[in-house]
Write a protein that binds this ligand. Structure first.
Ligand code: C5P
Length: 277
C-alpha cells in the first residue's frame, strides 16, 4: 500500500533582525534570531501520479501561482540526489502568504524533510541544506526548524537552544508585503549586531531593522504593534519583512486574553495563539 508522508511546516518568526550592510550581490548581510512556533502549515506527499493541491484558509492566495516552492524543492531534491520524485502533494495553507513568517520557506523545508525521509537522506546532510539555500534565504533555517542565530543572508546557522512553551501571539492586519521592496527601503544605517547571551535576553535587547521601512509600505503595521504593546507582552515586534507582528507573554492565560482583545478590537485581522518550540 502506498504510504502518505506528512510533515508539519511550522511558522517562523524573527525574534530580532539586524540589517548590517547591503551586499554587492543585492542581498543584505543580517544577524537574526530565528524561532519557530508549534503551529503552521502541513504538507502531505503520496508517491504515485503527480499532482499539487492546496487547501486551507489561505489556499486562495496561492492558487494563481504556477511554481510553488514545494515543487521547486522537489525538483532541487531530485536533481541533487539523482532520484525520481513523483507523487501527489497536498498543502494545508494555514499561514498568511507574504507575511514575514516564512510560510513558503517552511513549506519548501517540509517538502525536503518528506523527501529525505522517503529516500533515507539524513536530516543534517549538507546537500539537503544546499538545496534549501538555493530556494531562499529562510529555507535553511526552516529546515533546521529550531531556534538559531542566522548570519550571512540568513542561511548560516548557529543553534541557540530550545525555547519550548513560550506563549506567542501572531497578528497580521491582512496586508501582503513583498520582501524585496522592504529591504530596498532600508535606510542603510548599521545600528550594530545582536548581543551575546541567552536567546530571549538577546531578543529583548534587539530590534527589527525592517520595521521602519515596512511601515512606510504598510502603515497598518504600526497599529498592530501599538495594539500588541497595550496587552503587556514581554516583547512585541514585527517579524521578518512584515506585516505579521508577534508578542511573547510570560503565561498562556495572558496570551489568550491578548488574543481576545485583538479579535474584539480588529475582527478582520488574522490572529494565531501558539507557543514557541
Ligand atoms: O532569499 P529570498 O529569495 O527569500 O529573498 C527574497 C528577497 O529579499 C531577495 O530578492 C532580496 O531582495 C531580499 N533579501 C535581501 N537580503 C537578505 C534576504 C533577502 O535583500 N538577506
Amino acid at each position: 500500500m502506498t504510504q502518505t508522508i506528512t510533515e508539519r511546516a511550522p511558522a517562523k518568526i524573527n525574534l530580532a533582525l539586524h540589517v548590517r550592510a547591503r551586499r554587492p550581490d543585492g542581498y543584505h548581510a543580517l544577524e537574526t534570531l530565528f524561532a519557530f512556533l508549534e503551529d503552521g502549515d502541513e504538507l502531505h506527499f503520496t508517491p504515485g501520479a503527480a499532482s499539487f493541491t492546496i487547501k486551507g484558509p489561505f489556499a486562495a492566495a496561492l492558487s494563481g501561482e504556477g511554481d510553488n516552492l514545494v515543487l521547486r524543492a522537489a525538483r532541487g531534491f531530485a536533481a541533487t540526489f539523482g532520484v525520481a520524485v513523483e507523487g501527489a502533494w497536498l498543502l494545508e495553507k494555514n499561514l498568511p502568504v507574504a507575511s514575514g513568517i516564512g510560510g513558503g520557506s517552511a513549506d519548501a523545508a517540509a517538502a525536503l524533510r518528506i523527501l529525505a525521509r522517503r529516500h533515507d537522506v539524513a536530516r543534517n546532510d549538507p546537500r539537503l541544506f544546499a538545496v534549501a539555500d538555493a530556494l531562499g534565504s529562510d529555507v535553511p533555517a526552516c529546515l533546521l526548524g529550531e531556534p538559531a542565530l542566522g548570519t550571512g543572508r540568513g542561511e548560516q546557522l548557529d543553534p541557540l537552544g530550545r525555547l519550548d512553551g513560550v506563549p506567542v501571539l501572531l497578528v497580521n492586519p491582512g496586508v501582503a508585503v513583498s520582501t524585496g521592496p522592504v529591504f530596498k527601503a532600508w535606510d542603510g544605517v548599521d545600528h550594530g549586531g545582536i548581543m551575546t547571551g541567552a536567546a530571549l535576553d538577546r531578543a529583548l535587547a534587539g530590534r527589527n531593522d525592517l520595521e521602519a521601512p515596512a511601515r512606510t509600505i504598510a502603515p497598518a503595521i504600526g497599529e498592530v504593534i501599538d495594539l500588541l504593546r497595550s496587552t503587556a507582552p514581554t516583547l512585541a515586534r514585527m517579524s521578518g519583512s512584515g506585516a505579521t507582528c508577534f508578542a511573547l507573554y510570560a503565561r498562556d492565560d495572558q496570551c489568550a486574553a491578548a488574543a481576545d482583545r485583538v479579535r474584539a478590537a480588529q475582527p478582520g485581522w488574522w490572529c494565531l495563539e501558539s507557543r514557541l518550540s
